[in-house]
Every structure is written in structure tokens, then in C-alpha cells.
Design a protein around this ligand. Sequence first.
Ligand code: MN
Length: 235
Amino acid sequence: MAAVPRMVVNVAQPVIAIAGTTDVFPVRRIYCIGRNYAAHAREMGADPTREPPFFFQKPADAIQNVAPGTVADHPYPTLTSNYHYEVELVAALGKGGRDIPPERALECVYAYAVGLDMTRRDLQRASGDQKKPWEIGKSFDHSAPIGPLHPALAAAPMGEGAIWLKVNHVVKQSSNLSQMIWSVAEQIGRLSQAFELMPGDIIFSGTPENVGPVVRGDVIECHIDGLPNLSIRLV
Ligand code: MN
């Protein structure tokens, strides 16, 4: 019998930069909440009343680290002709658990960052129409650009503050974190009923209304009060 060849593979641990340090945050899972701002739910054709929240995941290696003050090249993905931005507050967990009560949930938050839930909208919509999974529309390579994590902000609930996104200096999305249907604490509570949350998990907390398409050459700039802006250029 032929010997089984020994296979040695080094797989990189996805990480996110931690602001003000040379340390990095290892990413275990990326959870994302859907339709968490009422006006965005309406534009997606959904009823924005307080239905139970729903979640999806991106692979951890979908992270694209973007340093503040830089404009990172972001590859326009294959298979889409309707590539959308979604600016979102991201919470990174330093503690986990099961059935975490919302009033204790913010104790799990290690830091916050600005993130983009990049979306192949045409493929996401087709998946929904055909009752197929969303992965091809949401969970592809480089689909999660993110700025550095800011641990100092974890002391605050991040329950309000401006959130906006510009394309080529024109405001496209503009809202307030206070418009979330489900707060970060409530999201952690709900998620922890379905999954055991662990340190290294991050949560994209949903996007406000007025999502829209970008093309190669466009520059996206994202802002959340208290965090440095996040910028990418489509290439
Ligand atoms: Mn989203």
C-alpha cells in the first residue's frame, strides 16, 4: 500500500487590528443581523415591525483590515453586476456564553469598529426569491472590510451616534445608531440562544436605509461617531 503523503498546511488565523496597539484580535466567527433599521427593512421589502431578529454568518477570512487614514483597494467581486455597500457598527466579543441576558450582554463586548457588510445584491435577492441560502450574496471573499477595534469605547453602550456613508464624497446613507430595531445587547442575547458565543466572535449590527451600488473606481467612506472613518476604493 502506498504511503499516505504527509500534508502540512499553514492556515492563517484571521485577525483585526486593535487601535493604539500592535496587538490583533483573532476572529472566530462573523455574525450579521439582517434588516435591523426600520427604514432599511422597508426598502428591502420587509415589514419593519419587531419581528424576531435573524442572523447570517460570513466566514472569518472575509475580513479585510483597513487602516485609518488610508483608502484600501477592495476587489470588485465576480458574478455580480449590483454590488452594494452597507455601513455597520461592529461589536467584538471578549467574552461569550449561552442564554446571555441582554442586561448583562454588554459585559461581553471587548471593542467596537466600523465595518462594511458588502453584498452581491443581485445574487442575494435571487437566493431569497428561490428560497436558497444567502452565502453567495453575503459570505464571499473580502466581503467584510473593517477598521481597527477600539476597546476604549466598550465602556459605552454605543446606543446613539451618527452613522453615515459617502460614495465619491456624496452622502448615501445617513442615520443614527439609535434607529436600530434590536440593540447590540439584544442581538447578543438572541444570538446566544442559538449559538454559544465565544471570545473572538464579532457582530455586524445592521445597516441603515439607502443601500446602493458601487462600481470600480468608486471610493466609499464610512463614519460612526467616536470611531475613525473607514475608506475603500473599488478595484
Ligand atoms: Mn448588513
